[in-house]
Structure formats: structure tokens, C-alpha cells
Write a protein that binds this ligand. Structure first.
Ligand code: HEM
Length: 204
């Protein structure tokens, strides 16, 4: 099913209404993420270093929330015009690497609850996003608006998750190359040792 002009309009209209109060929307988004998954706080370096300072005082707090909203809006526009989500190559590479490094798992992007994992309920960013929009624009909120945001978010998340896999694979390759190089060095050293030992035997 393609993304319609009406769906794009729903996403952009609600974002426009929220944008005027993006400061408090961003804060609510974050608080909701940490309500759902308290453990997720540890993944954000700037929060790890923040000690006990209240979240709402944190200067970097807004950036991630606003980026997720803005990029989901851009996805909605792209989905309507081309049926596909494309993120600029350099941005995508960085996003893949940052999220993989921070320990973000595919599950953090989804809405399902992994009941087997009771300590960390992983219905994180997507649920937090939808809840935040619902509470920010209650008069506009409809099942159609929810579906439009879900679609835009899902397509964007799929692109980032794919890039996270690439980043993880590249890191693994670098590690393997380093191990292989080390093994070659060790083998060369062992060979030299054998040669030296043989020479010592010859000399004696
Ligand atoms: C479509 C969804 C998402 C978008 C568009 C997005 C976007 C971004 C951006 C732009 C950054 C800044 C760093 C950079 O540019 O490399 C970032 C960092 C980060 N994101 Fe996301 N993100 C998304 C989903 C998630 C999810 C699901 C999680 C998991 C809870 C997450 C956790 C993080 C963390 C931990 C960082 C690093 C923050 C730091 O320590 O500085 N993000 N994200």
C-alpha cells in the first residue's frame, strides 16, 4: 500500500502543531522512553555523565527527540513522493555506527513487548513517539494519524537498522583483520625462533 498525500498531510500537520512547543514535546518524549525502558538511559553518553542532574535541565536532551520527529516527517514526505525512504549516505553511515556503538538493539525501535525480558520492557522509541504525539495533539489524534506516523517511522527505522547491521559487520571485519595480522606476526616469529634454534643446534 502506497503512502498517500492525506497521510503525509496528517504527519506534517501534527508536527507543525507540536513544533511550537518542541521543547516540552521533546522532554515528554524522553521521559516516556525512560519510563518504558529505564535501562535505556545508560545508552545516552550525555546522560551517563550527567550525574543526578534533572533530565529537563539537560542541554542535549532535545536533540535526539527533535531529530526523530523531523526525520520521521521527512520520511513521510519521501514515502508519498517516491514510495521509499532515503537518508543521505553520510548521515546514514553515522547513524548506523552511532546506534550500533551505543548498544541500541533492533528491539528498541519496535513496539512489541518481549515478555521473556521482564526487567527491560523493550517497547521503546516507537511507542514513546506515538504516545507523545497522541498527548500533544489530542484533538487531531485518529487511527489514521497513528497509522501514518507508524508507517513513516517504521520505514525510517528499517533503513537505520539495516545500516546498524552493516556497521556491526564492518567492525567485526576490522577485528578479524587485526586478529589475522596478529596471527601472521606470531607465525613469522615462531618460524624465526625455529630457524634460530636450528642454527644454534647446527653451531653446537
Ligand atoms: C528513527 C529513529 C531514530 C532516529 C532518526 C535517530 C537519530 C539519532 C541521531 C541523529 C543521533 C545523533 C548522533 C548521530 O548523528 O550519529 C542519535 C544518537 C543516539 N540514538 Fe538515535 N535515533 C533513532 C532511534 C533510536 C533508538 C530506537 C534508540 C534506542 C533507545 C536510540 C538511541 C540513541 C543513542 C543512545 C544515541 C547516542 C547518544 C549519545 O550518547 O550521544 N535512537 N540518534
Amino acid at each position: 500500500m502506497g503512502f498517500s498525500e492525506a497521510q503525509e498531510e496528517l504527519v506534517l500537520r501534527s508536527w507543525k502543531a507540536m513544533k511550537s512547543d518542541s521543547e516540552s514535546t521533546a522532554l515528554k518524549f524522553f521521559l516516556r522512553i525512560f519510563e518504558i525502558a529505564p535501562g535505556a538511559k545508560q545508552m545516552f553518553s550525555f546522560l551517563r555523565d550527567a550525574g543526578d542532574a534533572p533530565l529537563e535541565k539537560h542541554p542535549k536532551l532535545k536533540a535526539h527527540a527533535v531529530t526523530v520527529f523531523v526525520m520521521a516527517c521527512e520520511s513521510a514526505t519521501q514515502l508519498r513522493s517516491t514510495g521509499d525512504v532515503k537518508v543521505r549516505e553520510a548521515t546514514l553511515k553515522r547513524l548506523g555506527a552511532t546506534h550500533a556503538r551505543a548498544g541500541v538493539a533492533d528491539a528498541h525501535f519496535e513496539t512489541e513487548t518481549h515478555r521473556s525480558c521482564s526487567s527491560l520492557n523493550v517497547q521503546v522509541v516507537k511507542t514513546a513517539l506515538l504516545d507523545t504525539i497522541r498527548d500533544a495533539v489530542p484533538d487531531m489524534w485518529t487511527p489514521e494519524m497513528k497509522a501514518a506516523w507508524e508507517e513513516a517511522y517504521d520505514q525510517l527505522a528499517a533503513v537505520i537498522k539495516e545500516e546498524m547491521k552493516n556497521a556491526a559487520a564492518a567492525e567485526e571485519q576490522t577485528k578479524n583483520a587485526a586478529t589475522a595480522a596478529e596471527e601472521t606476526t606470531n607465525a613469522a616469529a615462531a618460524e624465526e625462533e625455529t630457524t634460530n634454534a636450528a642454527a644454534a643446534v647446527d653451531a653446537s
